[in-house]
Design a protein around this ligand. Structure first.
Ligand code: ADP
Ligand code: MG
Length: 924
């Protein structure tokens, strides 16, 4: 047990003797025992005992102590004013943080100030802008198992493995209100959905499997009863009406209800809901407060979806297609699909674009509707640019209205909302003459919400302060009572301002001054030589070296009046502000609908901008009968990411149909095979997003799923390069792919010895061709595998041309039909600057082997060399290798060492070291 969590032992022993404040701390720690409790004491959040020692070290703050009659307790505190950055550090260290605020003004009650946990901050439930990435969602997930009762399968149709009872998944972004649910009978399908949304945290229901979650995902234990069907249903019905109408499975109801309960719980307070809680008196799903204050009004929508509505991308595909993360370990952040396409102007649009990329569509009609909108804006340069400019002025409406609804917004937030509403008419106007349906619909959905805007305008001053309890928020003329209080304060101040003049006249003391200090308030100051002229009604307050300070009863009275009026004005302003905030919060659904329209428009504008800027074309979406194969016909296709990171890019065609389903792509290393395969998949994916694509022209049938298997050598970024992982991924492909899948197999079989690897690669390819029927791109630098293209009916060979010019290799990056003639490994080594002696030696080895094996054809073929030495060719067994001239080390040893080298697992530095060692062996 982490000593920073739960009630401190040294307090627990003597709980009943503790001072009331420390008892409060102890009890809150006990109640929120999976979170680190930050306990407000005045301007600080304090932690005590184990938690204090831990936070002091983590946050690099001073460890002090607090002493009372029961003992001395370690203590450390962080200033509330910039608590967020400290909280971030605690979250990064893996803690949940429970913030216990003072919920009474000190002095309001006789006893100790009451404190309550107002929010629990966890990685998956952040709402603080400072802690969130603006252009990405932040999800918390919940996973629940079905009850085991018979239920209709929703997703898995039996083809996926590990089929069990239903697993349901709910995803919630607490900051924006996005709330999604789905279910499947396949744990693998649930795991895939989870990797799409990449939640930062997950709540698991009773017996729900941990292994559907990525390792780095924080798992939060939560009251098991929250997953109870009846409880979940009753909570859901308070938000969304009858849950049966909305959700398909009991497991979905349970998982959504539990996640909602968790959202209410982290929002603060009322419920005791930690793991294993058997506190029946405080059931999670019933608010302690009868007026339902814990209800999260901004969670207005719960969307159930079926993963089969979207192109399926598992974690491997997301990574190898470079959607959100660069493949290279030190790759530039923008070397990703989203990096290339994200021309969005607002955070709203940024999140929508990411959602589109994460979930490409299948339905041709939906794809075409997005494409129509993109096409129209691609052509309308001026409209597009004006839209972009206006969209830049849009604040994050979703998070704003979320904060407003949770009563966490300040007056500036309301002004930001108002400023956004003010640009809506400008945006809307740009769409007035839109041609396509989609843009016309967006035009209609862009409600400027004039009444809300006017309400804010009337009530809130233009530049309010951040604080909402210290006045200067509400505009003059908005409220009579407030105006009166302000007038009183103003009159009083005017009276004091005039006082100096009046008193100088009355007393004849020209040097008399009226001043103010924060301890004594207003005073009249008279210098020592004039003290005898001081009137009787002056009361002495303070003696200074050269003067005395006085007050008069009238001054005192005026001062009290001013202070009283100002205090009451501040309170009044706060009340009025809360009223306005509540009124605006009532508009939550309309604001969310507006946010949605703005976000969609921004994403469309971004796609149109990228299309125009990078010269993309509109793909033609063909909708073939499910039984006939896919059709992919790309002319002059380019890799959207690679073409941005280098000076020139060679476009290539790709054509697949029923008779051409399996491309066997050969060519030496670095010739462009991987780039080509990925660009085909990315073009298909982009088309299904509704984006234009980097090509001259493209005809594409939507695919259901993209599988990728990238050979060990090419998967350095993933850090998963064991043979086991490779086989695991291949097994998934063989099991789950079908004729509507697009499969990329890049250098498969490299994780093991060449003979095994080639055999496996070949067998897999045959299976994919004969049994699976998926459209497949298979790249290999193992030349012998090209035979496959002759043997399999729907297979065809492609290769990348390279040219050897004076020991140099020229890569044309141009795909051509037919098989490559050689792999040019030695030329690549030369071109890469491997020392001449080593190159020479390699040549000798190759030549020697080739003659020993008595093979014809190119003597430079390294693949041939490998094949011979894997024992597949009996003629080569025990063939003598040429000895070195000086007769040193036995060269067969060196050849054996060379063979044993697994190039797929060497870093360039390791390779050089290895070469150097071999070279020295030769020289000995
Ligand atoms: P292979 O998989 O055959 O080893 P890659 O696809 O990894 O080769 O390509 C190697 C490098 O060649 C890429 O990083 C890229 O810089 C360049 N390249 C690949 N294809 C092209 C192309 N069509 N036009 C220009 N450069 C390319
Ligand atoms: Mg490659």
């Amino acid at each position: 047990m982490d000593p920073a969590l739960g009630p401190p032992e040294e307090m627990a022993e003597k709980r009943d003797e503790l001072t009331p404040m420390m008892r409060q701390y102890h009890d809150l720690c006990a109640r929120y025992d999976d979170a680190l409790v930050l306990f407000q004491v005045g301007d600080f959040y304090e932690t005590f005992c184990g938690a204090a020692e831990r936070t002091a070290r983590l946050l690099e703050i001073t460890l002090t102590s607090r002493e009372d009659s029961t003992g001395e307790y370690p203590m450390s505190g962080i200033p509330i004013d910039n608590a967020e950055s400290y909280i971030q550090t605690l979250l990064e260290a893996g803690y949940r943080v429970a913030v216990a605020d003072q919920v009474e003004e000190p002095g309001e009650t006789a006893g100790v100030v009451d404190r309550a946990v107002t929010r629990v901050i966890t990685p998956g439930t952040l709402t603080e802008d400072e802690l969130l990435a603006s252009d990405d969602n932040n999800f918390v997930a919940a996973v629940a198992r079905g009850d085991g009762e018979p239920s209709t399968p929703r997703v898995g149709d039996g083809s996926r493995t590990g089929e069990t009872e239903t697993l349901a998944l709910a995803l919630l972004d607490v900051s924006t209100g996005d709330f999604l649910a789905t279910s499947s009978r396949s744990p693998a399908a649930i795991a895939d959905e989870i990797s799409r949304f990449d939640p930062a945290e997950a709540v698991l229901g009773p017996n729900a499997p941990r292994d559907v979650l990525p390792e780095e995902c924080m798992v939060t234990p939560f009251d098991a009863t929250a997953f109870d069907r009846e409880r979940a249903a009753s909570l859901l019905s308070r938000y969304y009406g009858h849950p049966d109408a909305l959700l398909a499975e009991d497991a979905e109801i349970r998982v959504c209800g539990a996640l909602l309960a968790y959202a209410e719980y982290v929002r603060g307070g009322e419920h005791a809901a930690s793991a294993g809680s058997d506190d029946e008196a405080a059931p999670v799903t019933e608010p302690a407060d009868p007026d339902e204050r814990s209800r999260l009004e901004y969670l207005t929508h719960l969307t159930r979806y079926d993963p089969r509505e979207y192109l399926l991308l598992d974690a491997v595909a997301l990574r190898s297609l470079e959607l959100f993360e660069p493949r290279a370990v030190h790759g530039r952040d923008d070397a990703t699909l989203v990096g290339v396409l994200d021309e969005t102007a607002s955070a709203l649009g940024g999140r929508t674009l990411r959602d589109w990329l994460r979930r490409p569509l299948l339905e041709p009609d939906r794809i075409e509707s997005r494409l129509d909108a993109v096409e129209e804006l691609t052509g309308a340069v001026q409209t597009r640019e004006e839209l972009h400019d206006h969209l830049r002025d849009v604040y994050d409406l979703e998070r704003l209205i979320g904060r407003i609804s949770r009563e966490r917004a300040n007056a500036r937030d309301l002004r930001s909302l108002r400023a956004t509403l003010a640009v809506v008419p400008e945006i809307r106007e740009r769409l007035a003459d839109a041609d396509c349906d989609r843009l016309q619909r967006l035009h209609d959905e862009l409600h400027p919400l004039v009444d809300a805007r006017e309400a804010i305008d009337e009530a809130i001053v233009e530049n309010p302060p951040i604080e909402i309890t210290e006045g200067d928020i509400i505009a003059d003329g908005y409220d009579d009572g407030l105006d009166e209080l302000r007038a009183t304060a103003r009159d009083g101040k005017q009276w004091i301002e005039d006082l100096e003049e009046r008193e100088r006249e009355r007393t004849g003391i020209d040097s008399l001054k009226v001043g103010y200090n924060s301890v004594h308030g207003y005073y009249i100051e008279v210098t020592n030589p004039n003290l005898e002229s001081v009137p009787d009604d002056y009361e002495r307050r303070q003696t200074l070296k050269n003067s005395e300070r006085f007050v008069t009863p009238e001054l005192k009275r005026r001062e009290d009046e001013i202070v009283g009026a100002e205090e009451r004005a501040d309170e009044r302003e706060y009340d009025l502000f809360c009223e306005v905030r509540r009124d605006v919060a009532d508009e939550v659904e309309r604001v969310q609908a507006l946010a949605n329209a703005v976000a969609t428009l921004d994403a469309v504008v971004a796609l149109a901008t990228a299309a125009a800027e990078y010269d993309y074309c509109r793909p033609e979406i063909t909708d073939t009968d499910r039984r006939s194969g896919l059709e992919i016909d790309i002319e002059g296709g380019r890799h959207p990411v690679v073409e941005r990171t280098q000076e020139s890019f060679v476009p290539n065609d790709a054509r697949f149909d029923d008779g051409r389903r399996l491309a066997i792509i050969t060519g030496p290393n670095m010739s462009g095979k991987s780039t080509y395969m990925r660009q085909v998949a990315q073009i298909v994916l982009l088309a299904q997003v509704g984006s234009f694509v980097p090509a001259q022209s493209a005809r594409i049938t939507p695919v259901d799923r993209i599988f990728t298997r990238v050979g060990a050598s090419d998967d350095i970024a993933g850090g998963r390069s064991t043979f086991m992982v490779e086989m695991d991924e291949l097994a998934t492909i063989l099991r789950e792919a079908d004729e509507r899948s697009l499969v990329l197999l890049d250098e498969v079989g490299r994780g093991t010895s060449t003979a095994d690897g080639l055999a496996i690669a070949r067998a897999i390819t045959e299976h994919v061709h004969d049994e699976v029927g998926a459209t497949t791109l298979f790249a290999t630098h193992h030349h012998p595998l090209t035979e496959l293209a002759d043997d399999l009916q729907a297979a065809f060979p492609l290769h990348f041309e390279v040219e050897g010019v004076d020991d140099e290799v020229v890569f044309h990056h141009e795909v051509a039909s037919g098989a490559a003639t050689g792999s040019y490994g030695i030329e690549v080594a030369t071109a890469a600057g491997v020392p001449e002696t080593v190159v020479e030696r390699s040549r000798e080895l190759v030549d020697g082997t080739a003659s020993a094996a008595d093979t014809t054809g190119t003597a430079r073929d390294i693949d041939e060399f490998e094949r011979v030495h894997t024992g597949r060719d009996p003629a080569a067994a025990g063939s003598p290798l040429p000895a070195t001239a000086d007769g040193g080390n036995d060269p067969t040893d060196i050849a054996a060492e060379l063979r044993a080298l697994d190039l797929g697992h060497l870093t360039p530095v390791e390779a050089l070291t290895e070469l150097d060692r071999l070279k020295r062996m030769l020289e000995e």
